[in-house]
Design a protein around this ligand. Sequence first.
Ligand SMILES: *Cc1c(COP(=O)(O)O)cnc(C)c1O
Length: 478
Amino acid sequence: MSTPNSGTSPPSEARKLPRADRLLEAADRAGLVRRLGHGAVMEAVRAALERLRAEILAGAACPAPEAIERDLLERLESAARGSLRPVINATGVVVHTNLGRAPLSEETIDAMRRAAAGYTNLEYDLEAGERGDRYGHAEAPLCRLTGAEAAVVVNNNASAVMLALAALMPARPTGDSPAEGAPEVVVSRGQLVEIGGGFRIPDVLRRSGATLVEVGTTNRTYRRDYEDAIGPRTRILMSVHRSNFRVQGFVHDPSLEDLVSLGRERDLWVVDDLGSGTLLATAPHGLGVEPTVQERVRAGADLVCFSGDKLLGGPQAGILVGRREAIRRVKRHPLMRALRVDKVTLAGLSATLAHYERGEALEAIPVWRAISAPAQALRERAERWRAALGDAGAACAVLPGQSAVGGGSLPEVTIPTSVLALPPGDPHALLARLRRCDPPVIARIEEDRVVLDPRTVLPGEDEPLVRCLVEALGRSGR
Ligand SMILES: *Cc1c(COP(=O)(O)O)cnc(C)c1O
């Protein structure tokens, strides 16, 4: 093989490049033209040759034809697997936003499959044989589960919050003639949070056409602060779950009950952005006390907004529950049409809600199964992985660790777990090797070692996980 300064000129090196049709043939023999289509393969072949030509012009030697072919086929294989791929979540973060949040229950997946495969009565009333209410499908179970008078489902919680504000903004429930200027929403300074992905509550408030009136201080806000801020243009009192951060020490927020009583006195709407929104009590699982959706509804908020794919454990959705008149305004708002969900989401959400109705959420919903996994089962699973690694397992250790709920829910709350710690070395390089497996395994680093948490590894993923570990550790197991 020639090297940059062995006397060959770039033009003569470039002549050694394989012809495009030979590479195309190689891709065809590997079945990749059939899988990806002729156009995509040709584009990859041209891009590969162009890249090599540029490298040669910069002085590099032409690689061997076999190496060029192997590299191309690897790239095409990876393209054939698609851009959005299943991964194994060994991070121990249960609702991992970067990894797509909640994995769904079997029944939820079945329901979504059935809805996707054919026609449905999405907007068709089967009794009357005429157009029906597409928003009605998940409403009855949501009302039964939360105690709300009415409910509606939209694309995600960010949409739910935006819509709640937009729908309640223009006129007061009494229909008073609006005072001059933009209507106002009163929020505590301590709750003006950025949720992640750049979703900032203050921005959303302003975009919905409201003037934001901040009251109180970062750590302490009292009922009288809201009271003092209410003027002729005030329309909404808002409460926002801090979600991904926690204020410690001297902290005070008025209770939602306080806001509701103030809202009733002054004829104002009360909107609660609950964020994660759990239907189950969190304390029994060592997660501290989180308000449930039912409690927020009972406190009397006109609208409570929460996510479908955080602690609820269903498909991506934003859920609004609350008083009939407030939900009626949401359904009638023009934005509703832009933010509505499709039949597949509605089918999946209904199936997830059915787990709660049947009292089987802890066992059936993957998010809750992960949260409630017994400590001993987690330790035994980590031990089984270690045993399956054979010789490579000897340098690994099963250690106590901490899982997190994630998804902007319950910050700093961790649940004790057991992790498999991989041998010390270059942990970043090892993480990268784990990511190159098929399916990729996503792990994290703890005290300079790569650790894998069984809590978030789904049933049935043990075998591919161990296979990836064997590959990444560079030794054969067993
Ligand atoms: C997560 C969260 C949101 C955004 O919800 P998405 O479902 O991600 O759109 C809004 N508000 C709070 C308080 C949250 O925790």
